[in-house]
Design a protein around this ligand. Sequence first.
Ligand code: SF4
Ligand code: SF4
Length: 431
Amino acid sequence: MNARFDQAIDAFREVVDAPMATFFASCVRCGLCAEACLFYTETQDPRFTPIHKLEPLRRFWEQYCTVMGRVERWLGLSKPLDLEELTAWGPLVYDACTLCARCSMACPAGNDIVGMVRKMREGMSLAGVAPEDLVGATQRAITVGSPMGIKTETLMAQIRAQERETGLHIPLNQANVEYMVLLSSMEIIQFPEIIGALARIFQHVGATWTISTDAFEATNSGIQLGVSDLAREILLRVVNAAERLRVKTVISPECGHAFTALRWEGPNLIGRRYTFEVLHILEVLAGFQREGRLHLKQRDKDARPLSFHDPCQIARRGGVLEEPRVLLHAISEDFRELPDNRAYSWCCGGGGGVSSIERAEPLRARVFRKKLSQIEELGVHTLVTACANCHIIIEDGVEFYQVKVDVVGLTEMVAEHLDEQAARVRVGDKS
Ligand code: SF4
Ligand code: SF4
């Protein structure tokens, strides 16, 4: 028991840095971060304010890193941090935080609150108080290659089914191609049509691509759990496959945390640059559109009033803000923005590993009311998104509240609106 606590303290010591000292010294307890966090706004429970979630880390910093705090701890004047307290904070730090970073954006002191939550998770994982569901998902990602335990045989069955459906060949393990596509477990199991959609799009634009059977999984549950070593191991599987195949670009799929892990944190995690570029699938599609390679039906646009849910890791944290709009305006006649959109979008409530934690389900359903109220305010019955996890969470949420909303993945929607005739005519013009 004490050994585990010592490990947590060691982990906290390792992550102490200047930003942490600045963070706790500069927090003026203004409460603005609370109003930015859907776990607080939807429950009004003060335990769910972002700053309260960090209380054990603040106490660690005070008791172990400040002179006054050390003296008080030695004299027994402050209640020492212990394993029991860390355990009690598990439901706050894991179940009630999607790592959405809306709080970080709201802090007038510029504090990276979500960065601190991740430091908390790092210590709590080492102390053995992380949720078992999330630990299990990460172990499966290491041993099987996928957090949902999907093996290559399952991927192959879905690929063959999509080949039959589309009549197109899906290239596997091809070297020297332009694009290596990753998929999330959620896509492979719940939305395999995405594989066929990608095949149709690459065929349409004439790009070379492949899926690696050694590294097809994009999700990085090591990041969600808060264990850098495991996050690195999961990431290296992708990096090694992409470098072995000498691909130009790795495409991060419709999965939020995969993009954060691969695009923004990966080079720091492995301590070097990649030899390839990383793009989100929406960046790739918007690029094809910009270059005039993506021909979308002009006369047969989607007539349904629809809106777009910006996945936190792709929009707020990933900077992919305008690309989905470029695509949606091209395929929809009636695209409407949600009240808070782009970097200000509200989380679906299931990111950051929350969707893997069974005990978090009632809370997740409760906080989904934020997104639901915005969809209802707008009056649309079709919501497009670009993250398979958001997709499933929103479908679960509208089902729970018995509201009729269709959820659609943007890549699939683009594939459905390809104008093959226009593409053939323009190719003919050039020849
Ligand atoms: S990262 Fe998002 S869910 Fe977590 S505390 Fe901040 S606002 Fe709340
Ligand atoms: S918004 Fe920033 S300064 Fe205000 S309470 Fe939150 S962390 Fe502290």
